[in-house]
Design a protein around this ligand. Sequence first.
Ligand SMILES: Cc1ncc(COP(=O)(O)O)c(C=O)c1O
Length: 373
Amino acid sequence: MGESAPIVVPFQRPSFPDLGEVERYFHLARQAHWYSNDGPCLRLLAERLEARTGSHCLPVASGMAALMVAIAAVGARRTGREALVPAFTFPAGPQALVWNGYEPVFLDIDPGHLHLSPTALEQALAERGSRVGIVLATSSFGTPPPPPVRRAWERAAAAAGVPLVVDSAAGFGAVAADGLPLGSQGDVEIVSFHATKPFAIGEGGAIFSRDRGIIDTAHRLANFSYDEDHQLSARHGLNVKLDELHAAVALAVLDGFDEGVLGPRRRAAGELLRGLGEAVAFQEGHELGTYQFVSVLCPDDRARQRVLERADGRVELRSYYQPLHETPAFAGASRHGALDATRDAGSRILSLPMHNSLSAAERDVIVDVVALG
Ligand SMILES: Cc1ncc(COP(=O)(O)O)c(C=O)c1O
């Protein structure tokens, strides 16, 4: 009698929609002989995402592509070349700013909710004046910012006449505490449909805005800058369209999203967090998020190191986000303020596994590694 193999918990375990479910939609493209460029699947997907969020929507090829186009779509309003952005975020946002010709200026986060600090934003806008051309905030880990935080960002940006882009990459499907679905924040908001996101289609993303004109501009920029009459507009574009097959996958994923993805993830995360008790701290408002993974804060860096050692060979862990001003690509970037909360979160944050089908046995292993060791 052999012993049963020890459980090793992978960080992510993407689920795939049934091919029959995908074909149910893809046959619309097949019938229309339409592979890409606003075909029937893309149009149906945009409609369904709009119905769900209440905002206008353009699905695109990735979250990074969504950021590049969203920034370009709203960024032409101001001449200032500085971009205010939290240092505690995924590099795609600041990278997309650089591709658009901006210089990122890193701001601090709030130590409780871990999103861009409204106070830091107000101070930076007041002090840097017309040098600032854009603000890029993040719904950290896909968790909706508390409504007063969202409103403070929007007020500060509007008062300064600066466009506000919100990167809610992992947050598709989340609804803020005041009932506003993600997709309505700032002037323009983006999500990612990457393989590792709760709404996973391989590669993909979407741009949302309450302003139809912004989505129309994004639509042209995402298609070489051609307009509806196939005339080139005055701006340079790129090709980041979502093709029909990926749109069909997205439609199939959307059908099962609430029961098959959000529900199980939220239930599993709830159990996991109960199991962890007071061993670690949690992001304020995490329960409204989508749980791409489960972010916890260890008491200090040494405690985190001990967990990482205990996890070796048993649980795959990550430490998102690494403060970007500490990375080689952004080490020379400007900072506004001391970034104390960013530094502190960066030294204590730990990303725990989450999948649509995380089992009770897998949760026990995670709890054992993180809390009991
Ligand atoms: C916060 C954030 N923004 C942007 C992205 C980029 O999305 P994508 O991988 O779809 O390009 C990610 C992806 O991991 C992310 O976590």
